[in-house]
Design a protein around this ligand. Structure first.
Ligand code: ADE
Length: 246
């Protein structure tokens, strides 16, 4: 079948958006096999407790290792998925990591809430599986669920057959190749004049070479304006004389 995605969370309802649009279609077509799991199913006290106070003191609660261990053992069986733990203290989620994860046959997402999951869970499974703690950006969400939605959407659209051959991911911002470390420039559709604003003439010229040159210039301009941090990361080998004049 397709790529298998297991997601363990105390809020599986958060993943309702995976039933719609591009990802919903990919699931219907068997490209993606998404399996949601309620972590509390592995909590056996009357209150279905999944968290406890942190050793060493401090605010908030930490998710208990035994519950996570029982859940992960059941979900993976003898298998060895690549395990992703969303956390603001993880390595950055990038288009490059999305590409790498899109090539895996099986991913397991372990969503923490509160102050996070007892660290021994990552240590224990890190000895058996590839485990990555991953952050989607420098801000703090209430839990990993929305971060996993972000990652699943970014990964899902890269799977063969998800984007039709009419639209391909090669021109995306950050795509490997010519767009690496570049933001996509502006786009336009009909009408040619709207409220007095004209579509740039080059796009109506039918000259493919000039259009490509213009798009490249606009991508560089936008990257310089919005992401000066990325400009420093552009490989000078990929810049031509025209680019350097911008
Ligand atoms: N959980 C809370 N904040 C997060 C973030 N920025 N990235 C991934 N998981 C998170």
């Amino acid at each position: 079948g397709g790529t298998r995605l297991d997601i363990i969370s105390i809020f599986p309802e958060y993943f309702a958006p995976l039933d719609v649009s591009l990802i919903g279609k990919a699931r219907e077509r068997g490209i993606l096999d998404v399996r949601l799991h309620q972590l509390r199913d592995w909590a056996h006290d009357v209150h279905k407790t999944v968290d406890d106070t942190p050793y060493g003191g401090g605010p908030g609660m930490v998710m208990k290792p035994e519950i996570w261990g029982a859940a992960i053992d059941t979900v993976i069986g003898d298998g060895a998925p690549r395990m992703i733990v969303p956390t603001p203290s993880g390595r950055p989620f990038t288009q490059e990591l999305a590409q790498e994860l899109a090539a895996e046959p099986w991913l397991l997402f372990a969503c923490g809430r509160y102050e996070g999951i007892d660290s021994r869970v990552m240590l224990e499974y890190g000895a058996r599986l590839r485990v990555d703690e991953v952050s989607i950006g420098d801000y703090v969400l209430a839990g990993g669920e929305v971060a996993v939605l972000v990652m699943v959407e970014a990964i899902g659209r890269l799977l063969p057959g998800v984007l039709g051959n009419v639209h391909s991911a090669v021109d995306d911002s950050f795509a490997p190749g010519a767009m690496r470390n570049l933001l996509e420039g502006p786009v336009y559709t009909k009408p040619p004049v709207w409220r007095g604003h004209e579509v740039p003439a080059v796009l109506l010229s039918g000259h493919h070479g000039k259009v490509a040159r213009w798009r490249r210039d606009e991508a560089l301009r936008r990257t310089i304006a919005n992401r000066p941090d990325l400009v420093a990361a552009i490989d000078p080998e990929t810049l031509d004389k025209r680019d350097r004049e911008l």
